[in-house]
Ligand binder design. Structure first.
Ligand code: ACO
Length: 307
């Protein structure tokens, strides 16, 4: 058994916050933010539920299926709207899905974790699964801290997958965690994100590259055969460095961070959908998803694209 991707969609809040807006309240500059991170603006607002529902509805519409035919939903998020119940309960209700739903928190690797989980669950009963990554990082960002405030944004992205009797589109994956590094990026209940940026940067490149190599090896695919890299959208320099070390052309990376900032679990589906909509993918193309995040988690997955 394997999985087939049926539909995809995204949602972003209306409010745009540019680097120039941040210059008014922080000791920072557009030049510094663009040069050090690649981010030019981010979207702020809505709830995680709103963004998950918006992205989920778009993905179900694109798939052209009845929402009630979706018999499981996995919501990857590190910013749930409340502690109990899981945010997925409200999203499930608003989208009128069937079956179960649960939240999954693997920080910025969440979408890849959710996709691999969905792929595994498809062989145990559910026929169609909605996989969502949605975040409102603006709620846990200290807008007076220039070390973090310039980086984060809100958004959502989703795909619908269904089971197929053959190998399907997910060819190989690698999930991991280095718990020794869990202190370098964290937020307490009711608190704000605190981050050792340099340490995250260093480790991010390493774990993304190592994990991508393991996934490619499993599938017996050479880096140059990858048509599109869809990396977590945290920092353009992390992505470029990972591309160079992997031997994947920088031009093959899908990028949305310049207009979304870092949206954690939402960033990979946002970048994937953007690449699809730009016509960057043809049937048979190999797509490598690569996430890393707090924990420190990582997840890479290789997909053979089939529209
Ligand atoms: N504006 C202007 N100056 C700034 C700003 C700012 N917003 N932030 C920091 N600086 C200053 C620092 O104070 C420092 O000054 P100093 O040299 O006088 O001490 C100088 O700029 C350089 O600071 P560094 O931290 O060395 O800058 P760096 O080049 O490492 O860039 C950044 C910082 C962008 C945070 C980078 O380290 C990074 O992207 N790290 C990874 C972050 C990340 O990926 N986080 C999320 C991963 S998981 C998740 O998504 C939740």
């Amino acid at each position: 058994m394997g999985m087939r991707i049926l539909g995809w969609g995204t949602a972003l809040p209306d409010k745009v916050v540019t680097n120039a807006d941040l210059e008014k309240t922080l000791e920072t500059s557009d030049e510094w933010i663009v040069e050090r991170s690649g981010i030019r603006e981010r979207r702020i607002g809505d709830s995680t539920t709103d963004l998950a529902v918006g992205a989920g509805r778009a993905a179900i519409g694109k798939a052209g299926v009845d929402p009630a035919s979706i018999d499981l939903m996995i919501l990857a998020t590190t910013t749930p709207d409340q502690q109990v119940p899981a945010t997925s309960a409200q999203v499930h209700h608003e989208l009128q899905l069937s079956g179960g739903a649960f939240d999954l928190n693997a920080a910025c690797s969440g979408f890849v974790y959710a996709l691999v989980t969905a792929n595994a669950l498809l062989s145990t009963g559910p026929k169609r699964i909605l996989v969502v990554g949605a975040e409102t990082l603006s709620r846990i960002t200290d807008w007076t801290d220039r070390n973090t405030a310039v980086l984060f944004g809100d958004g959502g992205g989703a795909i619908v997958v269904e089971s197929v009797p053959d190998e399907g589109q997910l060819l190989a994956w690698d999930l991991g965690l280095d718990a020794e590094a869990r202190h370098i990026l964290q937020a307490d209940h009711g608190g704000y994100i605190k981050m050792d940026g340099r340490e995250v940067f260093k480790r991010a490149v390493r774990v993304m590259v190592d994990s991508a190599k393991r996934t490619l090896e499993q599938a017996k695919v050479r880096p140059e055969e990858v048509k599109l890299l869809v990396p977590h959208q945290a920092n353009i320099r992390i992505i470029q460095s990972a591309c160079d070390r992997l031997g994947i052309d920088r031009e093959k990376a899908a990028l949305v961070m310049h207009r979304t900032g870092n949206t954690s679990s939402a960033s990979i589906p946002l970048a994937l959908v953007d690449a699809i909509e730009q016509g960057r993918l043809e049937d048979g193309d190999l797509v490598l998803l690569a996430g890393f995040g707090a924990g420190m988690t990582w997840g890479t997955a290789l997909i053979r694209w089939q529209a």
